[in-house]
Design a protein around this ligand. Structure first.
Ligand SMILES: [Zn+2]
Length: 380
């Protein structure tokens, strides 16, 4: 099979020859030009739900996991991490089982789910850092409990977000890293020393840096400055236009130009139309026409994100926070790098590809290929 388009970085016309889901040959087409561009598929390390389906509902089905994966393909996402947040143990177990069943039933879903991201329950109990995670289910790091979940998932838990200031957190980080799990700091109120210890123990990332924080912080030191200052910590950010002001995104991407990663952190309200909905964490919530998701009784409070990764890519481009190819890399190549995988339009790389067009509103996904198979094509 061959796929042609303008290379998203070089601007040159190329033809990719795909064999068994891998790019086998890249041919330069010289003078030819295409209005369609080609780039690596998007990779979202933080997906809580999509199109009305919530990974954390406590009654997730394998069919729903397949359905979310298919919806994500429509947005150019070829790989993602279902994100299980702090919840009753029975609900976490239930979600893991549904994800495993979906992966075992469907090869392309299995290839698309590059791991489960466990965001909790080992997080700060303080208001602010805790965010919307339910207080009653928060725990100190418990390796034995984690091992049970990891066994149930058949080693699919590949990323954990935790607060390093909690009891036994440093040992937990060491154990995780030794088992090949990416440790990300988040929902934390750690001191400068505690963050340094976590980095020394092997933590390599910050989860949605700048969010899940106190409304007021000491000017310095504080956990945002401290995390920014560690070169070994990559930063994931929710660049949906509502979670962080442009000035903060600008600073994070300037400090970490090679290691800032876009995540959607989208909830089940992503992909739905504007209106009022009910959420188990925030009561009545509203999704505005502009795409902001907030608590109806307290409109200044966000109720999570309702936007997909492509929205964040376009936000970065439209606000001149990144060039088109920088924004694409932050949502494709970079997140895979964190997991020790490589992507790109080169021989030997996975044929996870997006064909897109540049329009006034940003980039528009026309086709998505997963492992060399066409999984989405925009109807014209
Ligand atoms: Zn979070």
């Amino acid at each position: 099979m061959t796929i042609s388009g303008t290379h998203y970085k070089t601007g040159k016309a190329i033809q990719l020859q795909v064999e068994d889901g891998i790019i086998d040959k890249v041919k330069n087409l010289g003078q030819e030009s295409f209005s369609n561009h080609v780039c690596p598929g998007f990779v979202d390390l933080q997906v809580n739900g999509f199109m009305g389906i919530d990974f954390n509902s406590g009654r997730l089905s394998a069919d729903e996991v397949v359905s979310i994966t298919e919806h994500l393909w429509h947005t150019g996402v070829t790989s993602y991490m279902p994100t299980l947040i702090t919840n009753a143990t029975a609900h976490i177990v239930q979600a893991i089982e549904a994800i495993v069943t979906a992966c075992e039933r469907n090869k392309l879903v299995n290839a698309s789910i590059i791991g489960i991201h466990l965001e909790g329950p080992f997080l700060s109990k303080e208001d602010g850092p805790r965010g919307a995670h339910p207080l009653e289910h928060l725990k100190n790091p418990d390796w034995d409990l984690f091992v049970k979940w990891q066994e149930l998932s058949k080693n699919r838990i590949k990323k954990i977000t935790l607060a390093p200031e909690l009891e036994r957190a440093i040992d937990f980080i060491k154990n995780s890293v030794a088992s090949g799990i990416l440790v990300s700091l988040g929902h934390t109120s750690a001191s400068e020393e505690q963050i340094a210890l976590a980095v020394e123990a092997g933590a390599t990332m910050s989860t949605h840096l700048g969010n899940a924080a106190h409304l007021t912080l000491p000017r310095h030191p504080n956990y945002i400055w401290s995390q920014l200052s560690h070169e070994r910590l990559r930063a994931s950010i929710i660049a949906d236009g509502f979670h962080l002001p442009d000035s903060v995104i600008k600073v994070i991407t300037k400090v970490k130009p090679e290691s800032t990663i876009l995540v959607s952190d989208c909830t089940k309200f992503a992909g739905l139309s504007a209106g009022t909905y009910t959420s188990h964490i925030g009561g009545e919530i509203e999704l505005s026409a502009e795409g902001r998701l907030f608590i109806k009784k307290a409109p200044e409070m966000l109720a999570g994100s309702a936007q997909s990764l492509i929205w964040c890519v376009n936000k970065m481009i439209k606000s001149h926070l990144a060039t088109v190819n920088q924004a694409i890399d932050m949502a494709s190549v970079k997140p895979l790098e964190v997991l020790g995988k490589s992507a790109g339009l080169e021989k030997g790389k996975l044929a996870d590809l997006v064909i897109f067009q540049k329009e006034a509103c940003g980039i528009v996904v026309l086709q998505t290929y997963k492992s060399g198979q066409l999984v989405y094509s925009k109807s014209r």
